[in-house]
Ligand binder design. Structure first.
Ligand SMILES: C=C(O[C@@H]1C=C(C(=O)O)C=C[C@H]1O)C(=O)O
Length: 374
């Protein structure tokens, strides 16, 4: 057969497949009505598994492909049923009635002491607000939980050192709402109490993240490193102790704030060193022009479950910007997935997808819709 002839045959097959696909979707519609009357959930995993196994068994060498084909068909069938039944009513109501601004944004919890990178992020996100300083991430979440702070600002990812896993674990534990995000360029410097050549420094204090970001410089000068709760705390310690041969790795503004001498500037491995910060709040609000959504869920341990969820984002035309998996506390090798994607939750196709997922996925939480400049 020539290429043209085979393509004609493919066209003819597609013509035959389409009416069957439409018929199957119409059946799903009827199923939705029956489920409404009988108060049944949309998802029936056992039935789906039977269909997948049966199709794979009859698909010979294309068993894997048949599984994906039928799994996608059933995703579409479920999405249709969720829309007809208005699944995820609680989440729909929460999103549709969301305020645009927090009741108060006056006291903002962040890591470190005055001059820390987190303090910089607070100044960018909430100019004029009062920063409240804490020496660990858990204490920031606790302050937001009991209302001592209106909001908390936390680093979640650095362009060279990667995700801040502890913050993701706390996000998943507390399930507060993410209400803002911003990426800051981070310039690390080496600063000491007295002016001296870099070669005389043998010990550097800093937060573990900047220590990782500056690993090449640290290796080059063979520094011993001591982790601190925050970069500005390291600067404060070096300024107070004034021990020769010790230095802090911190921001230039922290070095200035604590009267340190800058021995070297921009010592991070990558010239384009950025950290992404988020703001968290106990109550949900969706700012005007929100363009980023975060959510989390876990998945049953079955082949293709993650693929199937991700495919639904692709079908809805939504662009994923981050996926993180973290172990569920108290479980063995079971994970919560954390996802960021671009979109506005008040747009119908986006709301339909997240409402459907909220109905189907274990441990699902909508974690917020906020504005973030790309
Ligand atoms: C159509 C149904 O709803 C869902 C979709 C299925 C399908 O498209 O075949 C199968 C099981 C359910 O998860 C059903 O319950 O039969």
């Amino acid at each position: 057969m020539t290429l043209e002839e085979v393509r004609k045959e493919i066209d003819a097959i597609d013509q035959q497949l389409l009416p069957l696909f439409l018929k199957r979707m119409d059946c799903a519609k009827q199923v939705a009505e029956i489920k409404r009357e009988q108060h049944l959930p949309v998802l029936n995993s056992n039935r789906e598994q039977e269909i997948l196994d049966n199709m794979a068994q009859h698909a010979g060498e294309y068993a894997g492909e048949a599984r994906i084909l039928y799994s996608n068909l059933m995703d579409m069938s479920r999405a249709l049923q969720h829309n007809l039944l208005g699944s995820g009513a609680e989440l729909r109501e929460l999103v549709q009635n969301a305020e645009h601004a927090p009741a108060r944004a006056e006291r903002i919890a962040c890591l470190g002491v005055s001059g820390s990178f987190s303090h910089e992020a607070v100044k960018h996100l909430y100019p004029g607000a009062e920063p409240l300083f804490f020496d660990n991430f858990a204490a920031i979440f606790a302050a937001v939980a009991d209302g001592r702070a209106d909001l908390g600002v936390l680093p979640v990812e650095n362009s060279s050192a990667g995700s801040v896993s502890e913050v993701y674990d706390l996000i998943l534990r507390y399930r507060f709402y993410i209400v803002a995000a911003e990426t800051l360029h981070i310039h690390n410097c080496l600063a000491a109490a007295q002016e001296c050549p870099i070669s005389e420094i043998h010990l550097a204090y800093s937060h573990p993240q900047p220590l990782a970001q500056c690993s090449n410089f640290i290796a080059q000068y063979r520094f011993q490193t001591v982790p601190c709760s925050a970069t500005a705390a390291a600067a404060q310690k070096v300024a107070k102790e004034r021990t020769p041969g010790t230095a802090a790795i911190c921001s230039e503004s922290a070095a200035q704030e604590y009267g340190l001498h800058i021995l070297a500037k921009d010592i991070q491995n990558s010239a384009n060193n950025c950290t992404r910060f988020i703001a968290i709040n106990r109550h949900m609000f969706i700012p005007e022009g929100a363009n980023k959504i975060s959510l989390c869920f876990s998945l049953p341990h079955r082949t293709g479950t993650l693929h199937s969820v991700l495919a639904r984002f692709a079908t809805a035309g939504l662009n994923l910007t981050k996926i993180e998996s973290r172990p569920i506390p108290g479980k063995t090798f079971e994970y919560d997935f954390y996802l960021d994607f671009t979109g506005n939750a008040q747009e119908p196709h986006t709301l339909n997808l997240i409402a459907a997922l909220s109905d189907e996925l274990p441990r699902f939480s909508f974690l917020g819709n906020y504005r973030e400049q790309e």
